[in-house]
Design a protein around this ligand. Structure first.
Ligand code: MG
Length: 159
């Protein structure tokens, strides 16, 4: 059995009046991510982790933010394509673990929906998808509400 891990990290600046998408779910929030796509940092970190596991480069290489094709795109489409790429290389996704770093709003009410959404998009069971959220105790750019960040770790398996 061939097992590989990957990690991903992403940051977006926050601005008032923009929609906030995290983990494929729209979050009720006065601020949202500034981005070429829908700015879903959790999915972007997850895509980078999946690409990293297979040493296929990064999300910017596969879905360039200079391309009109990806302007305002639903990041779930990027994740579906990335998961397809993993499968096309003969691997299946074993599990994914994501940490979203954001001071506010509180994300706890959305975590289960994010897990269900991401598992459906990747085609893996819900128990294989973990989503966690943390603040940074008001420290740093996330703590000041200037931006949000996400970390992702994945395991991929070739049976
Ligand atoms: Mg991003």
């Amino acid at each position: 059995m061939d097992i590989r891990t990957g990690n991903g990290y992403d940051v977006h600046a926050l601005a008032e009046g923009l929609p906030l998408w995290l983990g494929g779910v729209e979050i009720e929030s006065p601020v949202g991510c500034m981005a070429h796509s829908d700015g879903d940092v959790a999915i972007h970190a997850l895509c980078d982790a999946l690409l990293g596991a297979l040493a296929l480069g990064d999300i910017g290489k596969h879905f360039p933010d200079t391309s009109d094709e990806f302007k305002g795109i639903d990041s779930k489409i990027l994740l579906a394509r990335t998961a397809g790429l993993v499968r096309s290389h003969g691997y299946r996704i074993g599990n994914a673990d994501i940490t979203i770093v954001m001071q506010r709003p509180k994300l706890a009410p959305y975590i289960e929906t994010m897990r269900e959404t991401l598992s459906a998009v990747m085609g893996i069971p819900v128990p294989a998808v973990s989503v966690k959220a943390t603040t940074t105790e008001r420290l740093g750019f996330t703590g000041r509400g200037e931006g949000c960040a996400a970390y992702a770790t994945v395991l991929v398996i070739k049976d």
